[in-house]
Design a protein around this ligand. Structure first.
Ligand code: ZN
Ligand code: ZN
Length: 146
């Protein structure tokens, strides 16, 4: 690409759900809540992308299964391979994308941890000098919670 924008690509494991987007650098939040840990197998490292900037491959959106995980939140996975990929809230302009779906090189900057008090008892938070919020962000974020 020659326009100077940061272009990122991502996909599920089987490739049925693939997409790309531009922008960034994207701050990355680790969410340690129990729902993220159930859905992703561990804390969820996610970035938030404005959903109407995402370009989907043909048929990609038909391959996403959306599970309603709470009153507002939906979690997306690939119908074919099961990769857990997305979180979005009703009426929200952003979609949270799990970092593992994004191809290198990423442009991520790890920003903070949320729901630290809800983390699994088998691991410790890294001594990374970043904010470790016990629950949600203390002030409304400019991006959705993962
Ligand atoms: Zn897949
Ligand atoms: Zn979470």
């Amino acid at each position: 690409m020659t326009d100077g924008a940061n272009h990122q690509s991502g996909s599920c494991l089987c490739g049925a759900v693939s997409f790309h987007f531009a922008g960034g650098p994207f701050p990355l939040t680790w969410c340690h809540c129990s729902m993220c840990r159930k859905f992703h197998g561990h804390a969820m490292p996610a970035i938030a992308v404005t959903s109407d900037t995402i370009k989907w491959s043909d048929g990609a959106q038909d391959h996403i299964a959306w599970f309603v995980s709470s009153e507002k939140g939906r979690r997306g996975s690939c119908r074919r391979c099961g990769s857990a990929l997305f979180y979005r809230e009703e009426g929200e302009k952003h979609i949270a994308i799990v970092a593992g779906a994004i191809d290198d090189p990423t442009n991520f900057v790890v920003d903070d941890h949320i729901y630290a008090a809800d983390k699994g008892d088998w691991y410790e938070l890294p001594d990374d000098g970043l904010p470790h919020h016990e629950g949600d962000w203390p002030t409304p974020p400019s991006r959705p919670r993962p």
